[in-house]
Write a new protein. Structure first.
Length: 708
């Protein structure tokens, strides 16, 4: 998130949030932030480009209508924020894809007609093809071009300009000149260049809209983890269902087994086990009893609980995580800053060149037709399509190569950031490890005890019990009477007239150091069973290659220190344990504040803020929905090697991007003087513009083998 601000007033400040329509580029962000921050009584203005929102801190005496008027005066349309903007974002994407489809269909048909003209069609045949092209192109320009026309008109009627203004002028003048040539029976019409130009520009705008929709999706998915309603215990002991928006501190909730908790609170009565993977990212359930704190979004697994609400709504931990995710993804990349500066120069530079070309030819004695034709050629030939494609086409080709290698790139700009990363922070469970606990030691030796243990393990769905049951899959189970699972402790029963227990150390029996779970028959010796989550098979090799790429790897986990340290020692890398979502976010933020560019690799919801705050992020395909949505790249399969492969591919991609920039800039330096000098017709200008784009695309195609 960017910011432009003056020193805050000592007076109390109010905050207003508006949804802003018409933000198209980095220049729009700068215009809004600096323009609003300059208003009397405004302390700061910060734009969230992803959500198309602006947050304004201002004196309480300034009303929202006045701020909306100020935004309107800057060339944008705004309305007060009243909820999620995901639906409006998806609506824009649908409009853009329809406009893109129409432009693409028209481009194919007009180009077929143009090929016939280029092949030598003349006289009445050429005129017929020109008119057919006009019949296709005119409604296409009216429908598909309105995306740019509306934006340009909105800026012009407020006395401002943006990058859509020269595009609109060039398209309209090219259409007018083509129609003029067609009516008079002239040899040239430029309808093919016009619809091709619209298709390329709409393609870029659609991709931008899709990326912003995906960025919003991470927060939406996180907040969907909260239930819509909760059971509130009234003062008279009765129960009633209430929407979570109505919950408040001090209320008492009844949470059934299997139900998701709706607010943060303290357990008043009941004992159960809670799935806290939402916060810790670990698959081991945690026992809760009276006095234990529980968090919204976690799942009550075993027995009913009565909870006294301490935090509800926007004050809960899960809402705090959502805010961190939303705010962390707003930093500008290097190319965004370049676009910020270029956007201020492009439109006036193109207008000036076209106007000077028109005036120069008129002064030289040429007729208005020749002068206007040359001016239109300048507008079209300076279209920044090749420059605009320099980055996205390389990203698309590289993304395809990575997809074939098992890495899905969600945000093309992530490749730019991944190429510059110099520090890799990795979550443990489900990332460096497989997230599937297995028994490593401690199973009993005698067939009778193994059979009893198998029976007890099969009676529970706890991950540790599942691991034991899997390890004893070949051992026949035996009948065990009176099996009871005590939530958070383990399973007990009666076999051969004696009590048997399987569960938590201490409850089931004494345990040796490092034991995860204990099995005991009567008063006999305890079997201390060790359970561990296996690292991925290529974890050591992948981390070594990351180091060779210049990214120092480190494990950051919410698991216990003994478990994390043991894994880190095996892989010979540093580690940090018992980290909360806020801790991970702080670690990433501190590293980046110190000048590091962090690659965060994680899979859980608890990794969401860190994934969003990191310079670039990756998640395995087995990650939670929130983890996948928050990450920039997702790797499938069980290979951690996908991470260093993606880093190497990103660095190769950025080398091609630099080459593409050189080609695009070189094209403009060569072609624009020719257009100004009158050696280029609008048709040739359209072909040259398309040719420069094809050269850039051909260079990018070399990235098809980037993921190796």
């Amino acid at each position: 998130m960017t910011a432009a601000a003056r020193p805050a007033s000592v007076l109390p400040l109010a905050t207003s949030i508006f949804v802003v329509e018409g933000m198209r580029c980095a220049g729009c962000i700068a215009k809004l932030e600096h323009g609003l921050a300059a208003l009397p009584g405004v302390a700061a203005a910060r734009v969230n480009f992803t959500n198309r929102q602006v947050r304004i801190d201002h004196l309480d005496e300034i009303d929202e209508d006045g701020l909306i008027g100020a935004i309107d005066g800057l060339g944008f349309t705004a309305h007060a924020f009243a909820g999620a903007t995901a639906d409006s974002g998806r609506s824009e994407s649908r409009r853009l894809v329809l406009a893109l489809a129409v432009a693409g269909f028209a481009m194919m048909n007009v180009m077929l007609l143009s090929v016939s003209i280029w092949s030598g069609a003349d006289g009445a045949t050429r005129q017929l093809f020109h008119w057919l092209s006009a019949l296709i192109a005119l409604p296409t320009v009216a429908y598909s071009g309105r995306v740019f026309f509306a934006s340009a008109w909105s800026a012009l009627r407020r006395g401002r300009t943006n990058m859509d203004v020269p595009i609109s002028i060039g398209v309209l003048l090219a259409v007018a000149m083509s129609l003029y040539e067609t009516v008079l029976g002239g040899p040239h019409a430029y309808f093919d260049g016009v619809v091709m130009l619209l298709f390329f520009l709409l393609g870029g705008r659609f991709l931008d809209s899709v990326m912003r929709d995906r960025a919003r999706g991470g927060v939406d998915a996180l907040l969907r983890r909260l239930p819509a309603e909760a059971t509130v215990i009234a003062s008279d002991g009765g129960h009633q269902r209430r929407a979570i928006a109505e919950l408040a501190p001090g209320m008492r909730l009844l949470v059934a087994a299997g139900e998701r908790i709706a607010a943060d609170g303290i357990v008043e009565s009941g004992e159960s086990a809670i799935d806290r993977s939402l916060v810790t990212g670990e698959s081991i359930d945690e026992a809760v009893a009276p006095g234990t704190e529980v968090l919204a979004g976690t799942v009550n697994l075993a027995a009913p609980l009565t909870i006294k609400v301490t935090r509800a709504g926007n004050a809960t931990v899960i809402a705090d995580i959502a805010r961190l995710m939303e705010s962390a993804g707003q930093a500008k990349s290097g190319y965004m800053r370049i676009a910020d500066r270029a956007s201020r120069l492009y439109a006036p530079a193109v207008h000036t060149l076209a106007a000077l070309t028109l005036a120069g030819w008129l002064i030289a004695g040429a007729g208005w037709h020749v002068a206007l034709t040359n001016a239109v050629a300048v507008l079209i030939i300076t279209c920044p399509c090749a420059l605009g494609l320099a980055v996205p086409v390389a990203q698309v080709v590289a993304s395809g190569a990575l997809m074939r290698a098992g890495v899905l790139v969600k945000d093309g700009s992530a490749l730019e950031r991944l190429a510059k990363a110099d520090l890799a922070l990795l979550d443990k469970t489900g990332t460096v490890t497989l997230g599937r606990p297995v028994v490593t030691d401690g199973l009993p030796d005698t067939p009778a005890e193994r059979a009893i243990l198998h029976t007890l393990a099969r009676a529970s769905r706890h991950p540790a019990a599942l691991a034991v049951a899997t390890a004893l899959a070949d051992t026949p189970a035996v009948p065990v009477a009176d099996i009871v699972e005590e939530a958070g402790f383990g399973v007990r029963g009666v076999a051969g007239g004696v009590e048997v227990r399987f569960g938590r150390p201490g409850w089931a029996g004494p345990a040796s150091d490092g034991a995860s779970i204990v099995f005991r028959v009567g008063d006999g010796a305890s079997h201390s069973i060790s359970i561990a989550d296996r690292p991925r098979g290529d974890a050591a090799a992948a981390l070594e290659r990351l180091g060779a790429e210049g990214l120092a790897p480190e494990i950051v986990s919410g698991d216990a220190p003994a478990v994390v340290d043991a894994l880190a020692a095996t892989l010979n890398i540093p580690s940090r344990a018992r980290t909360t979502p806020q801790d991970k976010y702080a670690i990433v933020s501190a590293a980046e504040a110190g000048g590091r560019r962090v690659l965060m690799v994680g899979d859980g919801i608890n990794d969401g803020p860190a994934l969003k705050a990191a310079y670039v992020s990756m998640a395995p395909a087995t990650a939670s929905d929130v983890g996948q949505m928050a990450a920039d790249l997702v790797f499938v399969g069980g290979r951690l090697m996908s991470v260093p492969i993606a880093v190497a591919a990103a660095r190769r991609t950025m080398r091609v991007v630099v080459q593409n920039f050189a080609l695009a800039i070189g094209y403009n330096l060569f072609a624009v003087p020719l257009a100004i000098a009158g050696f280029v017709t609008p048709l040739i200008a359209a072909l040259a513009m398309s040719g420069s784009s094809l050269i850039v695309v051909a260079n990018a195609m070399r990235l098809r083998s980037a993921a190796r």
